[in-house]
Design a protein around this ligand. Structure first.
Ligand SMILES: Cc1ncc(COP(=O)(O)O)c(C=O)c1O
Length: 482
């Protein structure tokens, strides 16, 4: 055959497609079954990994079974198991199988969720799921938004929409708290705000923004001819789970004519539990809310969400209709989600959420959140039972921060030694595979932090970690005493 006429194909025979697809599903189910007995985290240095994976891109076809095995055995396990029941670091994510299947279907159908013309059914379902969220949060009818890649993208959307709503002022100000997630500052930077446009308002002893300081800053800026654009409040701060005083902030924003954004990326779905609902009172008055279903609604990455009181604020900020998309302009009732955010080409993220909620129902999701809230409270109680542990911030929306502080340790003078002790215990817990946990700094103090959101975590998981931390602390102190 003339080489020029060689058939070009990226196809597989149907039987091969099925066989490989089933093998991939089998690997995922095996992983899920074995997760609890596996390590919560596995890493590797660049120096270790380069020789394992550095290679030229293959010119010729490979053996598909071997390729998948390599991904399953060699690449994917060298990472955190974020959904491990004892992964308590950063912000965990524990997708349900139903959600994963929804994601798989959305990927397989290769839905283009940017315009109604190309995805009518999926776009309608996105509207419906967003409206479920709106109802859970208590936002007014008509509020809506879009699914995003995550909380960072949602925060960016909020900042851009707020600036547009404020009329693109010449001297804008964005207010955040000293506990705001870094993505808020990054969003402001991307949107063109410079350091002089940012006001970092201090938080109180409970890590909640100080409303009096915010009030003063808003008034001072107005008096000086600057325009407050957005107040970014926390609906579950990443450090401690703190929730800002949302009703007071809503009043302040109303009084000063400023957009209130609540970054509830990880904490927002706690509204499904009565205690979370109470903690987040006032969230419904926000102009915009960031939510991350891939955090506490048991969805796989990348599933973020931005809700705004008036979706037209997003459209005003983001809509551009070029001539090559004129066919997609079907009137505003047929929502083109590309008009509401950064992405034109978008995945059908709402399908996984819809699938999980249809399969398990809202109540099971609410109960899983409630159980995580219980476990964090129990973790705090277990920690308090150890005399050598100091709670640095009590359980709030699944997060508790603490440190080992052996009796007799003098607070200020011993800071460096305390940090070394806590860091060493944290490293040991992670290295030996008991749990994955991470640290933070609270008022300059090194803090260990447990973030308990996983629907598979149990009291025994929490107890195992707490007891191990306490035991390692005791061992190290005894060693130090000689
Ligand atoms: C409060 C808060 N906001 C925003 C983000 C950023 O979200 P993402 O990582 O999905 O972009 C996080 C992530 O942990 C968060 O906890």
């Amino acid at each position: 055959m003339n080489p020029d006429e060689r058939p070009v194909s990226l196809e597989m025979e149907p039987e091969e497609m099925r066989r490989l697809g089933y093998a991939a599903i089998d690997a995922l189910v095996d992983r899920a079954q074995g997760l609890r007995d596996d390590r919560p985290w596995q890493g590797g240095t660049r120096r270790e990994l380069e020789p394992l994976f550095r290679e030229d891109c293959p010119e010729e076809p490979g053996d598909a079974d071997a390729v998948l095995r390599r991904a399953i055995d060699d690449i994917l396990p060298r990472a955190g198991r974020i959904d491990h029941p004892r992964f308590f670091a950063f912000v965990p994510s524990s997708p349900s199988w139903a959600a994963l299947l929804g994601d798989l279907l959305a990927t397989g159908f290769n839905t283009f969720q940017g315009t109604w013309l190309e995805s009518a059914g999926p776009s309608q379902v996105e509207l419906v799921v967003l409206d479920w969220f709106r109802q859970w949060l208590g936002m007014p009818e008509g509020a809506g938004g879009l699914f995003t890649s995550g909380g960072s993208a949602a925060n960016l959307g909020a900042v851009v929409a707020a600036r547009e709503a404020a009329g693109h002022p010449e001297r804008p100000v964005v207010y955040l708290s000293d506990q705001s997630h870094s993505s808020v500052e990054r969003a402001a930077r991307i949107a063109g705000f410079r350091e002089e446009h940012l006001r970092r308002i201090p938080s109180d002893d409970g890590f909640r923004i100080d409303p009096a300081a915010l009030d003063r800053a808003l008034a001072d800026d107005r008096a000086a001819g600057r325009t407050p654009v957005l107040v970014a409040a926390n609906g579950g701060a990443t450090n401690t789970g703190a929730v800002d005083p949302l009703p007071v902030l809503a009043d302040l924003c109303e009084a000063h004519g400023c957009w209130l954004h609540v970054d509830a990326a990880y904490g927002g779905f706690a509204v499904l539990d009565p205690r979370g609902r109470a903690a987040l009172t006032g969230i419904e008055r926000a102009h915009s809310i960031t939510l991350d279903p891939h955090k506490w609604l048991f969805q796989p990455y990348e599933t973020g969400c931005l809700l705004v009181r008036d979706p037209a604020d997003l459209t005003r900020a983001f809509r551009v209709l070029p001539e090559y998309l004129q066919d997609t302009d079907l009137g505003f009732e047929q929502v083109n989600f590309a008009d509401r955010g950064l992405q034109l080409t978008r995945a059908f993220r709402a399908l996984k959420v819809w699938t999980a909620l249809q399969v398990h129902g809202r109540r099971a999701h609410a109960e899983a959140i409630g159980r995580a809230l219980d476990l964090a409270i129990e973790a705090e109680a277990m920690l308090r039972a150890h005399p050598g542990v100091e709670i640095l911030s009590p359980a709030s929306l699944g997060i508790v921060c603490f440190r080992l502080r052996p009796e007799g340790a003098v607070p200020q003078a011993d800071e460096a030694a305390l940090e070394a002790l806590n860091r060493a215990v944290q490293d040991a817990v992670v290295d030996e595979g008991t749990a994955m946990m991470s640290s933070t700094r609270l008022r300059e103090r090194y803090a260990l932090r447990l973030c308990i959101l996983n629907h598979r975590s149990t009291r025994d998981d929490v107890r195992a970690v707490v007891e191990r931390i306490a035991a390692l602390g005791r061992e190290r102190m005894e060693l130090a005493r000689g």
